[in-house]
Design a protein around this ligand. Structure first.
Ligand code: IMP
Length: 195
């Protein structure tokens, strides 16, 4: 089965493709000739995931899914949340985003945070939503060089290392996106069994 993943982020597409059985082949937006910047104007992760998948369904008429992720920090009332990519400005600079988080948490002993991913799947004219969460804490300094985004400052619960110190495989097994994708994969596999 071919499924369009409504993203321009090749790193994310690669992470997800690695988790899927060979029978499900992911195509990115570039691979279907879509170079549009899809608007992400909703104020929830659910809303943005849905906006992106609906855009692809409406313009290309294909089965597709989209994800939206936010880092939700307890002491910052859930920020950066839906603003995670552009927390420190429209340049979407991960270093500036991390600096802003670290400065806003300076001196705060509550470092609790979580990553939350929502996936919206459009399959045969019906929409399905899947959620994945990983709890953790925000370090006081960066550590590690793997991954992307806030990985160097996020330490998942039960580990002494940050996401940026894990291999992609290790991170996929426990990550927010990994968990949401697992739910998507379980759902798609179940559909095949029913047929
Ligand atoms: P997106 O919805 O997946 O594009 O994620 C929005 C933003 O959240 C990204 O630009 C990153 O700043 C951050 N983010 C999402 N997933 C991760 C992750 O796995 N590690 C670190 N940061 C992430």
């Amino acid at each position: 089965m071919k499924l369009i993943f409504a993203t321009h982020n090749a790193h994310k597409a690669k992470e997800i493709q690695k988790m899927l059985p060979e029978s499900i082949q992911i195509l990115t937006l570039e691979e279907i000739g879509c170079f549009d910047e899809i608007p992400e104007t909703a104020d929830t992760l659910e809303g943005n995931a849905s906006l992106k998948s609906s855009f692809v369904k409406d313009h290309y008429g294909v089965n597709c899914f989209a994800d939206d992720t936010g880092l939700e920090i307890e002491a910052l009332n859930g920020e950066p949340g839906v603003l995670s990519a552009r927390y420190a400005g429209e340049t979407k600079d991960p270093q500036a985003n991390m600096d802003l988080v670290l400065s806003r948490l300076e001196g705060n002993s509550n470092r609790k945070a979580r990553f939350r991913t929502v996936i919206s799947l459009w399959l045969n004219e019906e929409e399905y939503l899947f959620e994945g969460i990983v709890d953790g804490t925000i370090r006081t300094e960066r550590s590690g060089a793997e991954g992307f985004g806030y990985d160097p400052i996020f330490q998942p619960d039960g580990y002494e290392i940050t996401f940026a110190e894990m291999s992609m495989d290790e991170k996929n097994k426990i990550s927010h996106r990994g968990r949401a994708v697992q739910k998507l994969v379980d759902f798609l596999s179940q559909l095949k069994l029913d047929k």
